[in-house]
Design a binder for this molecule. Structure first.
Ligand SMILES: C[S@@+](CC[C@H](N)C(=O)[O-])C[C@H]1O[C@@H](n2cnc3c(N)ncnc32)[C@H](O)[C@@H]1O
Length: 263
């Protein structure tokens, strides 16, 4: 059974509190139901793969990769132990994923990414770091969540710097949508968390609006301070030096309501 891993957060966030400005909240469109979705949050590009990424992907994925199947996945069996499970969507090149997994060997991490060079890059980091607590699924994370992950199975979900889909006509491709949030919420154990981070202010506002309107509960008033477990990336560091913002959002699944005894 997963334990609660959400960090304790101070109520004050350094970023502007957009929740107190309801007019600033975005109008979030409902995405297509996931059973018949054709709008996806990614575009599969060929992309350049280095020989090392290719070699690591080919050698490691048969060992640490889990194939997508439209059937429930036994998470404890996949990791070979009973430990809290955290799922990350869109790990990119996997640097953050590997650093987080290395810092917490007591927790199991399931990284999901569609892009092969990134999968190869994370495989390399897993081998170099001897990380036994990381598994990868190379597939659309929405379908993985929907088809493979049991309700209440996760201690946390990480979504760091999802594609912002900047143009208004592309906003429907944003991963964070009301239906998607409720899908994630179902997969979280009571008290477990969803942690999103973005450096695109319009997406930050969009996320805050959608998450605040969802069944999940904000752990902060507005945006959350970056918790110590999320390392600063080189890219983020450079952005912060240039005065760009980064917004973290950490929402928890509410614990079940205790039933009153009938007298
Ligand atoms: C902007 S990148 C961010 C990568 C990384 N999290 C970081 O902080 O550097 C977003 C990543 O999410 C992946 N992605 C987007 N939608 C996805 C989905 N539905 N399933 C799996 N991966 C997805 C993309 O392929 C891309 O690598």
């Amino acid at each position: 059974m997963s334990e609660t891993l959400a960090p304790t957060l101070a109520d004050t966030a350094s970023a502007p509190d957009l929740a107190s400005r309801p007019h600033a909240l975005p109008r979030v469109q409902h995405a297509q139901p996931y059973s018949s979705r054709s709008i996806r949050s990614f575009v599969l590009r060929q992309g350049h793969m280095s020989p090392a990424q290719r070699r690591h992907l080919d050698e490691m994925m048969p060992r640490i990769g889990l194939p997508y199947r439209p059937a429930p996945l036994e998470l404890d069996a996949a990791f070979g132990r009973d430990a809290p499970k955290i799922l990350e969507i869109g790990f990119g090149m996997g640097e953050t994923t590997a650093r987080i997994a290395a810092a917490r060997p007591d927790i199991d991490y399931l990284g999901i990414e569609v892009h092969s060079p990134g999968v190869g890059a994370l495989c390399k980091l897993i081998e170099e770091g001897g990380l036994a607590n990381l598994r990868i699924i190379q597939h659309d994370a929405v379908e993985v969540l929907r088809d493979m992950i049991g309700d209440g199975a996760l201690a946390g979900v990480h979504i760091f710097f999802p594609d912002p889909w900047r143009k208004a006509r592309h906003h429907k491709r944003r991963l964070i949508q009301p239906d998607f949030i409720e899908l994630v919420a179902r997969k979280l154990a009571p008290g477990a968390y969803l942690h999103c981070a973005t450096d695109w202010e319009n997406y930050a506002e969009w996320m805050l609006g959608a998450l605040s309107a969802s069944s999940l509960e904000n752990t902060a008033s507005g945006f959350a301070p970056r918790p110590p477990y999320r390392p600063l990336t080189k890219f983020e560091n450079r952005g912060l030096r240039l005065g760009h913002g980064v917004w973290d959002l950490i929402f928890k699944r509410k614990p079940p309501v205790a039933h009153k005894e009938l007298s």
